[in-house]
Design a protein around this ligand. Sequence first.
Ligand SMILES: [Zn+2]
Ligand SMILES: [Zn+2]
Length: 271
Amino acid sequence: MIRTNYHTHTSRCGHAIGTDEDYVTAAIANGLTVLGFSDHAAYPEPHQGERMNFSQVPEYMQSIRSLAEQYKDKIHIYLGMEVEYYPDQWSVLSKYRREMDYCILGQHNISYEKDSSYDIETAEDLNRYIDAIEESCRRNLADYVCHPDVALFSYPVLDEGVRKAAERLAKISIHYNIPMELNCGTGVIRGLHQYKDSVRYAYPTRIFFEEFAKYQAPVIIGLDVHDPKNFYTDTYLNRALSVVEGLDIHFLDNYDLPSAAKKRKELFVSE
Ligand SMILES: [Zn+2]
Ligand SMILES: [Zn+2]
């Protein structure tokens, strides 16, 4: 059972349900001692069904901060944001970097509003996706990489190009000391899927974690919760763990992400 989860959404994003407090009480009921909220970052333009509106950010912050205070004797609650590396949104990202306890990187598009990571089908685009992650790490934008293999969502064949991409990511993880996430969200919730070469979850994907294991890149488990009920089940956690079964993964247990974030924030440059 998981005690620490830094990947939690709220209904503000438009594709999660429940109140903020529902997530807190469900987490406590299931033995979590650390709960980090990391809803999808808002950008100036509205993205309905994907992320909260920019105007909702202060209320999000206030709500999580007040729950942290209210439940401080029962659970440690932290305020975070799941951001993308978008260089043309740097001033917004800088604000989140300053104001949040931590940020996690979920590179859902390669660039702002363009090139969905869910549509990648070539090694060239996969490398562009990893370029964005590498830049984020170099610029200290975020404290761990969510679903690093989300770029394999549509990837038809897990060929050598994929392994090379995974190896590149493993080296980035080691070089910048950035944990990679074993994600227990959509990829495993939607179940197994037939690809050209195999039946697999969209993500996590074993080939990525083989390389992470080989290089002993640090790996953190993220529940990526969009429904408080998911704290009551180990089904999706177990599915994600089944993908990496038998691999010598360097798992970070009860990782103190906020402390790591504090140090990384000191290196972050706003401009
Ligand atoms: Zn989401
Ligand atoms: Zn997420």
